[in-house]
Design a protein. Sequence first.
Length: 326
Amino acid sequence: MIITVEEASKALLEGEVVALPTETVYGLAAKFDNEKAVREIFSLKKRPQDNPLIVHIANLEELKRFVFPLDQETLSLAKAFWPGPLTIILKVDTTLVPSLVRAGLKTVAFRVPNHEQTLEVIRQVGPLVMPSANLSGRPSSTAPSHVEQDFGSHVPVVDGGCCSKGVESTVIVKDKDNWKIARQGFLSKEQIEEVLQKPVESFERDGKVISPGTKYKHYAPKATLRSLSELSDTRGKVILGFRERVYKNTKKTYFFSSVNDPEGICQSLYNILRQLDHEHVKEAYVDMDFPKNGLYQTIYERLLKASHNEKNQNVKHLVKGVESNV
């Protein structure tokens, strides 16, 4: 069911859950301090409660409600990338954010989304938790129809069109004096380093989950995904590939975009993974022959996580290796 911004704001203030658009993916939104509504999100998504949520705020000034003083590097990152696809994990006064949102941690992830409809809702309602509007582990929603596929009429949605970025925000955390990437996303390591003027590392987990999208299977269709490099002959196979390449005698080919267009690949990625399920594809082969730097690194990581299933042990092993470096 499609609703307006005003209807969404009213529903959220009354303790309901709605789906809202962002530039990255659609999210299931609830007031961050309404425990009943937050629990409803976990229930709807079938999401484990040890997986923390991102608090979405309207602007940098609103962050000072939770974190003060802000150090200069945090301010520089926020000014450079907010509103936008960057999530910053910061230590907070734990009395200000419910434990369910924090997954019991002393830190909270914050983001200012770059979508005017959702920013207007946040201005009217206040901070929102807003994990991706999909069943836990499945491909994220980048269009209203995707939300309806997963939740039917149970979750009303504000129609903000197709998401312009198509993959989740990059999540970073400060560990002593070093910034580390806790989840790869639309912003590359190189872009963040350019602002900080120093290296950014990968976050090594000690068993704790400090960021969404780093512990459990994610972004995965029901189809088994394998690397195209495993094939000597593409005849009769389903291929996920790139527009300028020729895949001979395939059963069907899904084209992400040009291999030279990482932003276009991101925009089409989850839609294609969802198409596989819609068309009851059981197995598909992915062309993984593309650069592994910048935004391509996020695309590579998402495809590996989408391959994380019991039927594909070789890729599953690779995913674990990637996860340890996220």
